[in-house]
Design a protein around this ligand. Structure first.
Ligand SMILES: [Zn+2]
Length: 380
C-alpha cells in the first residue's frame, strides 16, 4: 500500500471530526457573519494541516474567500471548493441535524460540499506527511458564494484557472459509484417581459391586449426549443402576470433556464431566444439575460486528465473510476475554458440540497487518497 493511502486510512476519525466542526459552523450563502466565520476557520485549518499559507480575500457583500497555497514551483494545479450551503441558519438544530448512522453521515452541506473540502485538506496533509516532492504548487480556493452562481468569486476563479495547468473540483461525485464529472452543460438565464394593454374583462375586453395570452404562446415556443438529441433544454421555470381576475393582463413575465453542451450550441440558440417575436400586433416582447456559466466540454485534454485519474485509481486503490456528464453547473464551468478541468472529485453520497443529504464516511479517506495521488502524479 502506498504510504499516502496508509496515512489517510488512519485519518478517517479525525476527518469525520473536522467535517462535524465545519458542518456545525452553518454557512448560508447570504449570511456574511457566518460565512466569514467559517472562512477564517478554514484558513486556520489549511495552515495547520498542510503547512501552507492561507490568505483571506476580503469581500464586501458575500463572505470572504480563502486562497491557500501549498508547495512551490513555477506551475500550478488549482483545487476548487466552496463552503457556503443552500441551508439556512438554524437548520442544523431541527430540520437537518448532523448525525452519524453506521457508515453514513447526514447534515447540511456534508455532501455539497464540506465533505469534499475536508478530503482536499487531508489530501494535502498526507502529501506533506509523506514528504512527497512536488514540482508544482497547489492553489486551493475556498469560496463563499457558489450556491448563488459565484457572483463575487467568478473572477478570482477564472484568474487562478488561467495560471493553472489543470483544475480539480471537489464537488460531489456522481452516484454511489463515485464517478467523476468530465462534462457539464452551460447555463443561460433569461427573463421575458411582455407588455400588453389592460381593459375591463366584462365591459370592453376587445380593447385589451392580454400579456398573459402572449406569454402562454411564448412559453410553448420556448419549450419546443428543447432538443434532447443535441442535449439542449429550455425550461420556463417561473411565470407571473396580471393584476386581478376581471382585468385583461397588461404585463407578464417569465424566467427561462437554458442548458447546452457546447459553446457552438449557445451561439446558435441564444439569438433565437433573444429575438423572440410578438405574435400579436401591439404587444411588446422583450428578452434580457444571457450566459450564466459557459459549458464545460469534454475535450481531448479533459479525457487525458481523466485517464490519469483512472490509472491512479486502478494502480494504487484497485478502483475502477468512471466518468459521467451532468446538466448541473459548478465553478468547473468557469475554469473549463481556461484549463483542463476534472470535477466530482469530492464526497461520495447523495441528497444534495435535500433533507437526506449524506456522505459515505468510509469513502472519505479513499477519495482523499485518490486526490493526493492524482496531485502527486500531476505535479511531477
Ligand atoms: Zn456545490
Amino acid at each position: 500500500m502506498h504510504s499516502i493511502v496508509e496515512i489517510l486510512m488512519d485519518k478517517q476519525g479525525v476527518m469525520l471530526e473536522t467535517l462535524r466542526q465545519m458542518v456545525d459552523k452553518e454557512s448560508p450563502t447570504l449570511d456574511k457573519e457566518l460565512t466569514d466565520d467559517l472562512a477564517a476557520f478554514t484558513a486556520g485549518l489549511f495552515e495547520e494541516l498542510t503547512g501552507g499559507t492561507a490568505s483571506i480575500i476580503q469581500n464586501d457583500y458575500y463572505g470572504n474567500h480563502i486562497r491557500g497555497e501549498f508547495g512551490s514551483g513555477e506551475e500550478q494545479i488549482l483545487l476548487l471548493s466552496h463552503f457556503d450551503t443552500v441551508w439556512q441558519k438554524g437548520d442544523i438544530n431541527g430540520k437537518i441535524p448532523f448525525k452519524i448512522e453506521g457508515d453514513i453521515a447526514y447534515g447540511p452541506g456534508v455532501f455539497d460540499m464540506k465533505g469534499g473540502l475536508v478530503q482536499g485538506l487531508y489530501a494535502l496533509h498526507a502529501l506533506k506527511e509523506s514528504k512527497e516532492i512536488l514540482n508544482k504548487k497547489v492553489v486551493f480556493l475556498f469560496t463563499s458564494d457558489e450556491e448563488l452562481g459565484s457572483p463575487s468569486s467568478q473572477k478570482l476563479i477564472e484568474e487562478e484557472a488561467k495560471k493553472s495547468n489543470c483544475v480539480l473540483v471537489l464537488e460531489p461525485a456522481i452516484s454511489k459509484k463515485g464517478a467523476l464529472k468530465t462534462a457539464r452543460k452551460g447555463v443561460g438565464i433569461f427573463k421575458v417581459h411582455i407588455k400588453g394593454k389592460s381593459a375591463h374583462a366584462g365591459v370592453e375586453p376587445e380593447k385589451g391586449l392580454s400579456a398573459i395570452l402572449e406569454l402562454s404562446k411564448q412559453v410553448t415556443y420556448l419549450h419546443n426549443l428543447t432538443d434532447y438529441c443535441r442535449g439542449t433544454t429550455v425550461n420556463v421555470g417561473k411565470i407571473s402576470g396580471g393584476t386581478t381576475v376581471n382585468v385583461i393582463a397588461a404585463e407578464a413575465e417569465a424566467d427561462i433556464d437554458l442548458r447546452v453542451k457546447t459553446q457552438a450550441e449557445f451561439d446558435r440558440i441564444i439569438p433565437i431566444i433573444k429575438n423572440l417575436k410578438s405574435t400579436t400586433a401591439g404587444v411588446v416582447v422583450k428578452v434580457a439575460g444571457g450566459i450564466n456559466r459557459p459549458p464545460f466540454e469534454r475535450t481531448d485534454q479533459v479525457i487525458s486528465l481523466f485517464n490519469i485519474a483512472k490509472k491512479v485509481a486502478r494502480d494504487y486503490l484497485g478502483m475502477t473510476l468512471e466518468e459521467m456528464e451532468t446538466g448541473g453547473g459548478s465553478d468547473g464551468n468557469f475554469t473549463a475554458p481556461f484549463a483542463p478541468t476534472l470535477d466530482g472529485l469530492g464526497a461520495v453520497g447523495g441528497g444534495a440540497h435535500a433533507l437526506n443529504e449524506h456522505i459515505i464516511i468510509s469513502e472519505m479517506p479513499i477519495r482523499s487518497a485518490l486526490l493526493a495521488l492524482l496531485i502527486k502524479e500531476l505535479a511531477n
